[in-house]
Design a protein around this ligand. Structure first.
Ligand SMILES: [Mg+2]
Length: 259
């Protein structure tokens, strides 16, 4: 870690306390990206078929009133990742937990500040171009807009039960708290526990799925839009959530905090 920090210090000339604090926090994620890359290139072969309960359409009464389906995209590069990574797309779907229809959408691209130039790798992966982020608000402003949206949608109203759903833990365990800490933004308790749909899928099928594409395939759903576009990923996740509910899934908190 110390070697990594001195390497990063050479790359990033500013020595402001905030910047170094931010960089230190992102180093853990940097290593996890390397581990993920190694896994991607390993000899792991996922099963071609996973047995799921039948698609009866008979749904369980859910614990929550709403699911907030969230999928951030962030600055990135390969083989060496961008340090620090910053959120560049902030999409959230408000899904009714009875009808499983999307009732409202929050979506904004975010202008990165620490590394304002997107890499060609990032644009290829996410479909997000430099023009799409250049004139956008920065993270602090987008997060403020998001909080207004939550308030206007009555999600924070007393008696309303909601949970975020993500694909994996990266969004709310790594990039969001890292971005918030770097900017001294308070992370609300409702973003410290969430539903990781991979664990939900494992509960239903006894198979831990490596990624969303596999879960879609096992559920006989077509991927729509561009994989790794945040908003398209959210829409595909919403279809997957509905499909699993129609197979009898009861969604419960299973990630973050003490589960
Ligand atoms: Mg994504």
């Amino acid at each position: 870690m110390n070697n990594m920090l001195s390497f990063v210090r050479k790359l990033v000339p500013s020595s402001s306390a905030n910047k170094l604090h931010f960089i230190k926090l992102t180093c853990n994620r940097f290593y996890s990206n390397i581990v993920n890359d190694i896994e991607e290139n390993s000899t792991y072969h996922p099963p071609s078929y996973v047995k799921l309960p039948p698609l009866t359409g008979v749904r369980k009464k859910q614990i929550f009133d709403y699911f907030l389906i969230l999928d951030f995209e962030a600055t990135c590069d390969a083989p060496k990742n961008v340090v620090p990574q910053e959120i560049i797309e902030f999409p959230v779907l408000k899904v009714n937990a009875t009808t499983f229809e999307t009732e409202s959408t929050f979506h904004s691209y975010v202008r990165p500040v620490m590394n304002p130039e997107l890499t060609s790798f990032c644009t290829r992966l996410t479909g997000i171009t430099q023009e799409m982020v250049d004139k956008q608000p920065d993270f602090e402003d987008v997060y403020e807009d998001f909080q207004y949206w939550m308030h206007n949608e009555n999600i924070l109203k007393d008696g309303i039960k909601f949970s975020f759903i993500t694909c994996g833990d990266w969004d709310l365990k790594y990039i969001f708290p890292i971005q918030c800490k770097g900017l001294r933004i308070h992370v609300p308790d409702y973003m410290k526990r969430w539903i990781n749909i991979k664990y939900s899928f494992e509960t239903l099928s006894s198979t831990y799925p490596k990624n969303m594409a596999l879960m879609m395939k096992y559920s006989q759903l077509e991927l729509e839009g561009q994989l790794h576009s945040g908003i398209d990923d959210c829409k595909n996740l919403a279809r997957l959530v509905k499909n699993l509910a129609d197979r009898g899934m009861l969604f419960e908190l299973n990630a973050g905090g003490r589960c």
